[in-house]
Design a binder for this molecule. Structure first.
Ligand SMILES: Cc1cc2nc3c(=O)[nH]c(=O)nc-3n(C[C@H](O)[C@H](O)[C@H](O)COP(=O)(O)OP(=O)(O)OC[C@H]3O[C@@H](n4cnc5c(N)ncnc54)[C@H](O)[C@@H]3O)c2cc1C
Length: 504
């Protein structure tokens, strides 16, 4: 429990404890202490009475979710103030454009427990696994029943009752496996082992398999370690990134250039008609990406600056546009075989880093957990019945709407984001943009301005207030037609790909 104790360093243990007796009835139980669960909890404390009993449960030893286990050189790809819990400020004076590192992100998320514990009586169960979270019938109506046990002790599970539960288990982030090759004379690793492997094998060429965010981080980390090292990218269909230089500009350019990110989402949502996903990605690449002249055919909501792209271009020794199938051939003369048959010689002892992605990779899909349980005591922020592809945003907005009684029958849609991602990634971009934009427009119409302004996750906050207000007026003026378009898109995609998509 070393990790959990570090959390206690941040706040007063009088009000919050890991060892406290479990309550007979909680006002709220939150499952998952990642950015989604913490945003939900932070939002809920605005509605719960002071001193309400709240239980937070997570499998990990401390808060922060996947930022506890992602590779050590990962950085936020958005400016750090826009990745937080509610309106919680980062406790430092770094420039807003600074891209926070993994441990900084984890520690910032964990620091949210202190202000939460000031408002409610917070019990923590880190190192515990939840196995059930559903409605149960009680004498006076329905409650949420949450069943959990200490990790590794499934025999000793307990069930607590709560007026409400919020289930935020994340997006099935899993560490991948190193790639397996027929030729054993190359080194195959995960990003988690990169820095150690580079130190142990100075000068060996590095092959980065996968051109997404992890791949780009890996190229930059390798070049930072040794700018002379030979780095090759195996790019697959190639990933586009949103141009951070253009859309999150610095200084005076915030007044004069760029575009509100909500306008960008509107552009994606309106460009997609539910059928033209490849055109949509092409449009995105030409209009909004950091590399408009490339042939990259995928977009996964990553961001990249023009400077980062230039550094990568200058540092790469080679790039292969294709998928790696195997490294084969005689022991001392390995050969890469790409899908399509292309063969490329590789120096023996080269380092291959598996950057092929960590979301929705398992053979089995996540269990379907309804966004709202039949009796409404449990809200689940998950990808099978997803409210917004950004779980952080879902945690913030859905919780406010839930406690204000404005979630059901307001026109919000949920979508099986995982199933759609597995079937067609480009359609997933189109549909998730349409859903995100539509749900945002509806929320903006329903929720008070004061509350919207406290969502620091909102990328539009990068721009000065007058530009944001003008954007809001424009958003409202086209709301009806835009919502109708997005609803049509979602229904078309649901039909075409046979994925669950329904009004809340
Ligand atoms: C490499 C990488 C880089 C990324 N970079 C960015 C970025 O720069 N910007 C950005 O906005 N997003 C980024 N993301 C997306 C990222 O997933 C989200 O930002 C976010 O951190 C996800 O938060 P979450 O709370 O939904 O899930 P998680 O962080 O996964 O948290 C879920 C928590 O629930 C717990 N849990 C799950 N099941 C149970 C159970 N049964 N019982 C108890 N506890 C359980 C888990 O232990 C975990 O702590 C990145 C993702 C990856 C993989």
């Amino acid at each position: 429990m070393r990790g959990a104790r570090r959390v206690f360093d941040h706040f007063d243990t009088k009000h919050s404890s890991e060892t406290a007796q479990l309550a007979d009835l909680y006002d709220l139980v939150v499952v998952g202490a990642g950015v989604a669960g913490l945003n939900a909890l932070y939002a809920a404390t605005e509605y719960l009475p002071k001193g309400a009993r709240v239980l937070l449960i997570d499998q990990k030893d401390m808060a922060g979710g996947m930022w506890n286990v992602a590779y050590d050189y990962v950085r936020l790809h958005q400016p750090h103030p826009m990745f937080t819990v509610g309106d919680l400020k980062w406790g430092w004076n770094k420039p807003p454009s600074y891209l926070a590192k993994r441990d900084e992100v984890r520690d910032h998320l964990a620091s949210a427990l202190a202000p939460i514990a000031d408002r409610v009586q917070l019990d923590l169960r880190f190192g515990h696994t939840v196995t059930g979270c559903e409605d149960m019938r009680a004498e006076d109506g329905y409650r949420a029943a949450v069943t959990f046990h200490a990790n590794g002790d499934a025999e000793e599970s307990v069930t607590v009752q709560a007026t409400r539960a919020i289930h935020a288990p994340g997006l099935d982030y899993r560490l991948a496996e190193p790639l397996v090759f027929s030729n054993g004379h190359v080194i195959s690793i995960l990003p988690q082992d990169l820095l150690e492997t580079l130190a142990a094998h100075p000068g060996r060429p590095v092959y980065v398999v996968g051109g997404g965010k992890t791949g780009m981080d890996t190229i930059l980390a390798t070049l930072a370690e040794n700018p002379e090292r030979e780095v090759t990218l195996i790019n697959g269909r190639g990933t586009n990134f949103l141009n951070r230089t253009k859309y999150l500009p610095n200084g005076l350019k915030r007044w004069t250039s760029g575009m509100l990110i909500s306008r960008l989402f509107r552009d994606l949502a309106l460009t997609f008609d539910g059928l033209n996903e490849d055109h949509l990605i092409d449009h995105f690449r030409r209009q909004h990406s950091s590399d408009p002249d490339s042939a990259n055919g995928v977009f996964l909501y990553g961001l990249q600056s023009e400077e980062e792209r230039a550094r990568i271009e200058a540092g790469l020794a080679q790039r292969h546009d294709g998928y790696l199938e195997d490294v084969e051939g005689p022991a001392e003369a390995p050969v890469m075989r790409l899908r399509g048959g292309q063969r490329v010689d590789v120096p023996a002892g080269s380092i291959f880093v598996n950057c092929t992605g960590s979301f929705f990779r398992s053979p089995e899909k996540a269990h379907v957990h309804p966004f709202l349980s039949p009796q409404g005591t449990v809200m689940s922020i998950n990808a099978r019945d997803g409210f917004h592809f950004l779980t952080s945003v879902a945690g913030f907005f859905a919780t406010h709407l839930l406690y204000r009684g404005q979630l059901a029958n307001a026109g919000f849609y949920t979508l099986d984001l995982e199933e759609l991602f597995r079937r067609n990634r480009n359609a997933w971009v189109g549909a998730s943009s349409a859903q995100a934009y539509m749900n945002q427009v509806i929320a903006v119409q329903i929720l008070p301005m004061m509350l919207l302004d406290r969502c620091a996750l909102d990328f539009d906050r990068w721009y000065p207030l007058p530009r944001r207000i003008a954007g809001l007026i424009r958003m409202k003026s086209t709301a009806q037609a835009d919502i109708a378009h997005c609803r049509g898109v979602l229904e078309r995609v649901a039909d075409r790909f046979e994925v669950r998509c329904a009004p809340v």
